[in-house]
Design a protein around this ligand. Structure first.
Ligand code: MEV
Length: 438
């Protein structure tokens, strides 16, 4: 077993790498070389990246791609996407072009409320706690005045604080359930700072509240933290067209296509096993833009899946219907993102991505991200109900297979050419490579 290391975080980067390779790698020089290969030659830039996290030894690349031709609310966008999965960007670009000819995407932010909670235990009388809360609510609000000043200037701040009785769920459990508007910031730091102030005031005021018994004065704060579940920070993106404008092939008429598409969405609405994969595909598009724009994809993932289960069983985030010969297809998804703060002003690629999107505010970025999710889902469902997913997927995966087998540029070119007319399978690629090399 590797011996426990002490004071590791205080070592410099070279010392950390020496410790790492000595303790974890047979071929120490090769491991070192791999880490070094991904250092940026620009030392200042490297330092910036080193300081994003702790114990940073190197960088980890993800492709930075773009999906052009998106029309959203009658404006043309080129969407930055950071994702390693082949075919995601191609699917998004194809969907963008497809819907361009049919009026483009319409997107609207439904609401933008963020949530934070102070979770605490109180073992006294509920009526006493209610009266206490009413008497100190204005003090709680006043206590965050300095914290809120900047946010208020930008049009945001605290919306409300409610005392919530959760004792049916857990003995003695109460919350301060707080709602916020954080405008163009994701707002996590702002919310958490406000919550910790509320917790402090709650505790201090309880000690001085005359109508509490001595036992009641000791409110126990368990924790103060924002919630990543934001069912009131939701955006809707939609496309629609006449059924007759949908693909019409040898195998499927436009109407059959529309009906099969709606059926596939209905299956994802009703069947959790399908819904998880369906939503995973949506998140291929969502996460790619969330990452490229420097937002927290874990928060987005957590809230999206919680929202997908809001009615008690896990369901689809997209919906579709045919009404009066019009096919309508939409996504509704919570997206707590920001265009200021965090990485947005630090990471040069994030800055570039936001510039590419013409410096959107948070609401505009919510709309763009939701559209990327809908486009992705359209690409996936379209393939699933027509050719099957593997045709396009394997075509895009072809280069990955060739790279795994160290194909030269000439070999790649010949094999890609061969597969323009043949079905890509892993074994067929290996066979063609072997034939070329023989
Ligand atoms: C693969 O990353 C995503 C899909 O499985 C999504 C779907 O099935 O809808 C293709």
């Amino acid at each position: 077993m590797t011996p426990e290391v002490t004071g590791f975080s205080k070592l410099n980067k070279h010392q950390k790498i020496d410790w790492l390779v000595a303790n974890h790698f047979q071929n120490t020089e090769k491991a070192k070389q791999t880490l070094h290969n991904y250092w940026n030659a620009n030392e200042q830039l490297q330092q910036l990246h080193d300081e994003f996290a702790e114990n940073t030894l190197s960088n980890f690349y993800l492709p930075f791609s773009i999906a052009p031709n998106f029309t959203i609310n009658n404006k043309r966008y080129t969407i930055p996407m950071t994702i390693e999965e082949s075919s995601v960007v191609a699917a998004a670009s194809n969907a963008a072009k497809f819907w361009n000819k049919r009026g483009g995407f319409k997107a609207t932010v439904i609401n933008t409320e963020k949530i934070g909670q102070v979770h605490f235990s109180f073992s006294g009388k509920k009526e006493h706690l209610n009266s206490f809360f009413k008497s100190i609510k204005s003090k709680l609000i006043a206590a965050i005045t300095p914290i809120e000043a900047n946010m208020k200037k930008r049009g945001g701040g605290l919306l409300d604080i409610q005392l919530r009785d959760k004792t049916q769920e857990l003995a003695n459990y109460y919350q301060l359930h707080c709602t916020f508007e954080t405008v163009d910031a994701m707002g996590a730091n702002f919310i958490n700072t406000c919550l910790e102030k509320f917790a402090e005031v709650l505790q201090i005021e309880a000690l001085e509240y005359d109508d509490f018994s001595d036992a009641e004065k000791n409110i126990e704060i368990i924790m103060s933290i924002l919630s990543n579940y934001v069912p009131n920070c939701v955006v809707k993106a939609e496309v629609s067209c006449k059924v007759s404008e949908l693909p019409n092939t040898e195998n499927l008429s436009s109407l059959e296509y529309a009906e099969k598409f709606v059926r596939a969405i209905n299956i994802a609405e009703k069947e959790p096993y399908r819904a998880v994969t369906h939503n995973k595909g949506i998140m291929n598009g969502i996460d790619a833009v969330v990452i490229a724009t420097g937002n927290d994809f874990r928060a987005i993932e957590a809230s999206a899946h919680a929202y997908a289960a809001k009615n008690g069983s896990y369901s689809s985030l997209t919906h579709a219907h045919i009404t009066n010969d019009v096919f309508t297809y939409y996504i509704e998804i919570p997206l707590a993102i920001g265009t200021i703060g965090g990485l947005t002003s630090l990471h040069p690629m994030v800055k570039l991505a936001l510039e590419l999107l013409e410096k959107p505010n948070a609401k505009q970025l919510m709309e763009i991200i939701a559209v990327a999710g809908l486009a992705q889902n359209f690409g996936a469902v379209n393939s699933l109900i027509t050719t099957g997913i593997q045709k396009g997927h394997m075509k895009m995966h072809l280069l990955n297979i060739l790279n795994q087998h160290h194909a030269t540029a000439e070999e790649k070119q010949k094999i890609v050419q061969f597969f323009t007319k043949n079905t890509v399978t892993h074994s067929e690629v290996i066979k063609q490579l072997a034939l070329l090399r023989a």
